[in-house]
Design a protein around this ligand. Structure first.
Ligand code: B12
Length: 407
């Protein structure tokens, strides 16, 4: 399902799409949001994984990333750069004598196209030179539509949200996390990473001291103003903003590309998708249950049209009674809650937030859900963190709403 603001018609045309790898890359690219519209593989060469292609962007007409690029074998999944740069010379010197068979070039073709598409529309690779080092960067558009310059190889990451920390580890880049939040407690290793504060009050001084190449921000945290402060400090901030489960998968796949671990990310996404399909197959044919999702009881917050959780409830065989309320996490009035009369209530609680949200809000105490004992507590860490464990949350919610389908 497309989100408002998502560009339509993101069709790809490859002039040389005969090989399997290229086809796979096209499918992969279609999963991302962002305005890359088409890409044309002009030709590929066998030596050193050097490729030449152009990519077009519907919005800006022609993308900057074109012409011969190199993906050097020693840096697979790590480096894409223009030929003729010093980085290219440095890394090709080591492989100059090697020749690549057609077979060994195929994965490079795939990777090249994936990287190109994910690194989005303006795709400009540029070289930032200072006195002591050369840093290869590329322009990326994040999920909030912001243009940012990111290092081609990222090995210092700060995460400002638990879901992002979980994604970083899940795609295999956890060893590059140099800072995270006090709420980042999963996986176990995340607890030992230097803490930069909590999820709504991170310390800018601590972040600066960690010298991150990228700071990861989630819109499932309230860091809009803080993001601007980081921008002013010229720190690259990548914002994720998934509006549904599919877009959570895209965030995971994108991190894999940004951190050069796309294969691990793709495997993970494939597995998460398989589990999602299995749930949906079981749920198929059941009657949707009218659900109230209580984000917080006091004050009363719920999920709205733009929340990834509205999509999750639907996939789990429910219909959120607040699905038409505008926004992602609206504050909800007692009057509206009384009128909603849900048949089931989901209480995300019992995870890292303990018992914080374990009682039904006063306005829902006489709802059919409460009277019929259909109040389901589901681990808040699985539901409140749009990352890999969201599929655990989906499975738990589906079982709660439709136990008959899982017998
Ligand atoms: C709704 C809510 C959520 C929503 C997120 C909504 C949000 N964006 O804030 C969900 C359910 C996802 C959530 C998750 C969590 N939450 Co919460 N949450 C709340 C709650 C109830 C209300 C917060 C609120 O008013 N949000 C405002 C939203 C609805 O509107 P908004 O600011 O306009 O946000 C939108 C825009 O600003 C935009 N946006 C946000 N950031 C950015 C950044 C950029 C650059 C851009 C362009 C846009 C953008 O997207 C938002 C969504 O549309 C508060 C408790 C309270 N009473 O305040 C706790 C609270 C903020 N949450 C808390 C916690 C701990 C968590 C979790 C860590 C819990 C967990 N089990 O892991 C997770 C972390 C999520 C993650 N990223 O991993 C704590 C924070 C404590 C702290 N000091 O850090 C609070 C205070 C609860 C508490 N009393 O302890 N939470």
């Amino acid at each position: 399902m497309q989100k408002p603001g998502d560009l339509p018609g993101r069709r790809l045309q490859l002039s040389n799409a005969s090989r399997k790898g290229v086809q796979a890359a096209v499918e992969f690219s279609l999963l991302r949001k962002g305005p890359v519209a088409s890409l044309s593989l002009l030709r590929d060469r066998k030596v050193g994984g050097i490729l030449a292609f152009q990519s077009w962007n519907k919005k800006d007409s022609l993308c900057d990333l074109r012409g011969p690029l190199c993906l050097c074998s020693d840096h697979i999944a790590r480096q894409v750069h223009h030929r003729g740069t010093e980085i290219h010379r440095a890394c090709t010197e080591g492989i100059a004598s090697r020749t690549f068979s057609r077979q060994s070039v195929a994965p490079l073709v795939l990777l090249m196209i994936v990287v190109t598409l994910i690194l989005t529309s303006s795709c400009s690779l540029r070289r930032n030179q200072n006195a002591s080092s050369i840093t290869e960067t590329h322009e990326v558009i994040d999920e909030a539509g912001r243009r940012i310059q990111l290092a081609a190889h990222i090995d210092r990451i700060v995460s400002l949200a638990p879901n992002l920390t979980e994604i970083v580890y899940a795609v295999g880049a956890g060893d590059r996390l140099v800072g995270d939040t006090e709420y980042c407690d999963y996986p176990e290793a995340a607890k030992k990473v230097a803490k930069i504060g909590d999820t709504i009050h991170p310390s800018i001084e601590r972040i600066i001291a960690l010298k991150p190449q990228v700071v990861l921000v989630s819109t499932a945290s309230q860091l809009e103003t803080f993001t601007k402060q980081l921008d002013e400090q010229k720190i690259a901030v990548y914002v994720t903003n998934p509006g549904n489960l599919e877009e959570v998968f895209r965030s995971i796949a994108t991190f894999g590309v940004l951190f050069g671990t796309h294969e691990q990310a793709a495997t993970l996404v494939a597995d998460l998708r398989r589990r999602t399909t299995a749930v949906e197959a079981k749920i198929g044919g059941t009657n949707p249950v009218a659900v109230f999702y209580q984000v917080s009881g006091e004050p009363l917050y719920t999920i709205g049209r733009e929340s990834y959780l509205t999509d999750l409830v639907r996939r789990a065989g429910g219909t959120s009674v607040t699905a038409d309320v505008s926004g992602a996490f609206p504050r909800y009035s007692d009057e509206a809650a009384l009128a909603a009369r849900p048949d089931a209530i989901i209480l995300p609680s019992g995870g890292s937030m303990g018992d914080a949200n374990s009682t039904v809000a006063a306005a829902l105490k006489n709802s059919p859900a409460a009277l019929n004992n259909r109040v389901y507590k589901i681990n808040d860490d699985h539901l409140s963190r749009p990352g890999p464990r969201l599929v655990d949350g989906l499975e738990e919610m589906a079982r709660a709403l439709h136990p008959e389908a899982f017998r």
